[in-house]
Design a binder for this molecule. Structure first.
Ligand code: ZN
Length: 154
């Protein structure tokens, strides 16, 4: 069976950045399961997986436009520190969930803190980065009608 739309695919993967630092890995966990063709994973990786079979292994570098996009400077802004709870220990690198413009959860990263203002960044933490994936295909099966209707594996 080759990977095609409406297959539920299980992969083991290791993700590293351009510097070779490991950012994520399914090592020691269950393989990642996703529904092929439902945009459950980044487009560049889904494209590479099309037509692969169980046992296939590959390494691929994915550019930002096929991953989490370029960094959007408009998503970086400053807010007065007074908007944060009093006594909160705000540090660069901290992340928190905020409500996005369409009411969806958005991950915000604190970039800088000074006496009066906090610089926050609503870009995806991996925006602007070339992502290096080391992937092995562990399992492929036909999705159920319910999974296809929901757009994710069960
Ligand atoms: Zn569901």
């Amino acid at each position: 069976m080759k990977i095609d739309n409406n297959c539920v695919v299980a992969v083991h993967y290791t993700l590293t950045n351009d510097e070779g630092d490991q950012l994520d890995s399914s090592d020691g966990r269950e393989p990642l399961e996703y529904l092929h063709g439902s945009q459950g994973i980044i487009p560049g990786l889904e494209q590479q997986l099309s037509g692969k079979e169980v046992g296939d292994k590959f390494v691929v570098a994915i550019n930002p436009e096929d991953a989490y996009g370029q960094v959007n400077p408009e998503l970086v802004g400053q807010v007065p520190i007074s908007q944060f709870p009093e006594g909160a220990d705000i540090q660069p690198g901290m992340q928190f969930q905020a409500q996005g413009p369409e009411g969806d959860a958005q991950l915000i990263t604190v970039r800088n803190v000074d006496d009066d203002t906090v610089t926050i960044d609503g870009n995806h933490p991996l925006a602007g980065q070339v992502l290096h994936f080391d992937v092995s295909v562990e399992n492929i099966r036909t999705a159920t009608e319910e999974e296809i209707a929901h757009g994710h594996p069960h």
